[in-house]
Design a protein around this ligand. Structure first.
Ligand code: TRP
Length: 431
């Protein structure tokens, strides 16, 4: 049997112009990862998210163009992955609403970005809701919809986004709890090995510090920026420290281990800062120059980019639309002609305990037993196949008793005879 497909999903907010820190920290590793076998990869331009931070239409458009061109220039193959623009997928806003209706306000009150603004307002002595739009407040729900819409398993993110993934997981769980197992619970994947690039002043490279090196600026401009990296005042001939040298760290992010070792030696031998900067410029240029051409071509031919994104949207909607149909049906947004009478049947079903089978992101198959009110009674361990999970359920139903220890555990505060009663009720109903 072939291994199960794992789906990875990454969103890129379309504000700003890509810089070297984005390239090393996000784009380059993602493009490499996009070639892994046995996986489906979703990359999208989060332009709805961009509206939360930016109210300048021209900047939104320009940034979407530049970021899309940048990912393609860096080697992302739109035929091998799902590459699309968030706002081309109407299902994402539709799912946002369905999730909104199963998400407690208290959960969103705890979201970091929203809380930071509230805390800032409180500290400044102004209304705590000043500058808080509902867009900021709802940010995690839109993001959960991005993820759940494609049943993504793993979400590669930076530490600052872990909370959002946890929230998406909780929303999926709430939805499934109410309406059955429709959504996959996603997991954050934080890659500690990805380089955090220092900027011109040695702090983390970030637009908010104004210390970035542009990725696809004209060569001369990149050269000038590299020559403005802050160094110490050691003269040519004096040995230099690699420790704490932003120049050295940036070099390392592009160079092979051997090249890095050579620069380390050159530092010890007293290379001049000007020579070291020239080396860094050439090393970066060697990697970026071939991409610059493709980037410039796409930016100069936006119609080509637009066609690529439209094709990507059609492909992505091929997944999103069927799921939305399923979810609309699940929550009761139904064709009235076909739904007649099923309401009663559903009530009868809801009054019974039930088994729910699902698959976790680790690829294993689980089930749980919930009582008529949906309260969790029993939680299984992970099985290698749905068949094994099903056999365990069948054995329980047949024997009306708990499975062997190790296959399942009672939920907190639940006694064994609550489970046997539930099994008896199921047997009595002929289920
Ligand atoms: N919030 C993410 C960021 O700022 C961008 C994003 C939007 C995203 N939707 C997503 C990331 C879904 C991962 C999955 O970086």
């Amino acid at each position: 049997m072939s291994a199960p497909v794992v789906r990875y999903l990454t969103g890129i907010t379309t504000t700003g112009t890509p810089h070297l820190g984005n390239y090393v920290g996000a784009i380059r590793p993602a493009v490499q990862a996009s070639r892994r076998p046995g996986a489906e990869n979703f990359y999208f331009l989060a332009d709805y998210h961009a509206l939360i931070k930016c109210d300048e239409p021209a900047r939104i458009q320009r940034s979407t163009l530049e970021i899309a061109a940048c990912w393609l220039a860096a080697g992302l193959d739109p035929d091998q992955v799902f590459f699309y623009r968030q706002s081309d997928i109407p299902e994402v806003t539709e799912l946002t609403w369905l999730l909104t209706c199963v998400t407690g306000k208290g959960v969103l009150n705890r979201a970091h970005a929203y809380k930071a603004q509230v805390d800032k307002n409180a500290a400044a002595g102004v209304d705590v809701d000043a500058d808080v739009t509902m867009g900021l407040f709802m940010y995690p729900v839109l993001m959960a919809a991005d993820i759940l819409l494609y049943k993504a398993h793993r979400i590669p993110v930076g530490r600052d986004q872990i909370q959002h993934i946890e929230m998406a997981r909780d929303m999926a769980q709430s939805f499934n709890h109410l309406y059955g197992e429709h959504l996959v619970l996603p997991e954050a994947q934080v890659d500690e090995s990805v380089a955090l690039l220092p900027g011109l002043d040695g702090r983390k490279m970030s637009k908010s510090y104004d210390n970035v090196i542009a990725l696809f600026a004209p060569r001369e401009q990149v050269r000038r920026q590299i020559f403005s990296i802050v160094t110490d005042s050691r003269a040519p001939g004096e040995p230099k420290e690699v420790e704490g040298s932003a120049l050295f760290q940036i070099y390392q992010a592009f160079a092979t281990p051997e090249e890095t070792q050579q620069l380390r030696q050159a530092y010890a031998d007293g290379i001049s800062w000007a020579d070291a900067k020239q080396l860094l410029f050439e090393r970066i240029d060697r990697e970026i120059a071939p991409m610059r051409e493709r980037y410039q071509h796409l930016v100069d031919h936006p119609g080509e980019l637009e066609r690529i994104l439209q094709a990507g949207a059609a492909k992505a909607r091929g997944r999103a639309a069927p799921l939305l149909r399923e979810l609309r049906e699940a929550v009761g947004l139904r064709n009235l002609a076909t739904a007649a009478g099923s309401g009663r049947k559903e009530k009868a079903r809801a009054a019974l305990p039930s088994f729910k089978q699902y698959r976790e992101a680790d690829g294993r198959f689980h089930f749980k037993l919930v009582d008529a009110q949906g309260k969790l009674l029993l939680q299984s361990a992970g099985f290698a196949s749905p068949k094994e999970a099903g056999q365990c359920i069948a054995a329980m139903k047949q024997s009306r008793s708990l499975p062997p220890a190790g296959q399942a555990a009672l939920a907190e505060g639940v006694a064994a005879d609550q489970v046997t009663q539930a099994l008896q009720a199921l047997a009595d109903s002929g289920n």
